[in-house]
Write a protein that binds this ligand. Structure first.
Ligand code: NDP
Length: 318
């Protein structure tokens, strides 16, 4: 038990990322059933679609699960109405000011966690009354902070500045990574990429295969002028680099991006023209497996790593 398992009433301090187009009810319920915290990624769901996912998730698990609410979402008030109506116990807010909804959500008895990429925003989130923060480092996939602070620096920086529990994200996809994050001061971890490469993720099989194929150096953060996002370097990404080299303005970049690229790439499997959002840790993800196997392996490796560090004959003895 620790502060994160107690806060969410779960077995292991493993939280799944609420990734758009990848994290529907099947993934969220599987992670919760495996002892972690599953999250429905509502950023890609129309309001009526989110309601169906919440209903199905409630049928598939009697364990707690959460909904991720990106504050950029156009119909956010409708999502919030559904969350309250269905009694979803936990909400992860991201990409916006936590002051806006925290008080209301908490008045409805909902546990609120906010995703941050800097100490400054972690402190603001704590002031706004959230129950925990996710400290998401530069390695993370999808939307990301502008300051490029890596998890190695962000986790201890946030952990020493806030009193509330810190959940580390960005670059974590194994039990050893989880142990490292917790040594640095985190109370738990959030993993996105690792769970994209699962049977239960709603992502297109072609995208899952690309995640497995990706090696170190195959992703990059781009589009800082619009909304920073880490992508696999596919044709769309290379075309974008060409636009940059031609001196394209933010307006021209936006036009090139168009609408619905994330859906095209991650959900429809257009590997050339779609956005393929994934973290750097994809470089060490080599297989697609069921969620319960992922969680079991992570916990086994976490315990083995802990024991190897404590073992007097280990490489740590000097
Ligand atoms: P775009 O503007 O390019 O496209 C909007 C997409 O969202 C479409 O594919 C659309 O589906 C879908 N959608 C779902 N609900 C609505 C709605 N109420 N109004 C309009 N479109 C809707 O945006 P992105 O695809 O880049 O991002 C969509 C959302 O996901 C944003 O809220 C963004 O903040 C979030 N996001 C979060 C990320 C993260 O890392 N946390 C990463 C990237 C995005 P359809 O094609 O069926 O119309």
């Amino acid at each position: 038990m620790n502060r994160v398992t107690e806060l969410f009433n779960i077995d292991y301090p493993i939280v799944q990322g609420g990734m758009i187009w990848c994290a529907g009810w099947e993934l969220a319920s599987a992670v919760s059933n495996a002892g972690g915290l599953g999250i429905i990624g509502s950023g890609s769901m129309y309001p009526e679609v989110l309601r169906v996912h919440i209903e199905k998730c409630q049928l598939a698990t009697d364990k707690p699960f959460a909904v991720n609410l990106p504050m950029l979402y156009p119909d956010i008030d409708k999502h919030i109405e559904s969350i309250v109506e269905y009694g979803v116990p936990i909400v992860f807010t991201s990409a916006g000011n936590p002051k806006k909804y925290t008080e209301y959500l908490k008045s409805k008895g909902i546990t609120v966690v906010h995703v941050v990429s800097s100490v400054k925003f972690a402190k603001k989130a704590e002031e706004a009354g959230v129950d925990a923060v996710v400290a998401e480092g530069f390695e993370a996939g999808g939307h990301n902070g502008r300051d490029e602070t890596t998890s190695m620096v962000l986790i201890p920086s946030v952990a020493r500045e806030v009193e509330i529990p810190v959940i580390a994200a960005g670059g974590i996809g194994s039990g050893a990574g989880m142990f490292a994050a917790m040594v640095l001061g985190a109370d738990g971890v959030q993993m996105g990429s690792r769970f994209v490469a699962s049977f239960e993720a709603s992502a297109h099989q072609g995208f899952k295969n690309e995640v497995v194929k990706a090696k170190e150096g195959d992703t990059m953060l781009t589009l800082k002028e619009i909304t920073p996002v880490r992508l696999i370097k596919n044709k769309f990404f290379l075309d974008l680099m060409k636009k940059y080299s031609e001196g394209a303005s933010a307006e021209e970049l936006k036009e090139h991006l168009g609408r619905g690229r994330a859906k095209k790439g991650m959900f429809e499997g257009d590997l050339d023209e779609g956005e393929l959002e994934i973290g750097q840790v994809s470089g060490i993800i080599d297989d697609i497996k069921p969620v319960h196997v992922i969680v079991e392996e992570i916990m086994r490796e976490f315990i083995e790593t802990k024991e190897s560090v404590l073992n007097v004959n280990s490489k740590f003895t000097f």
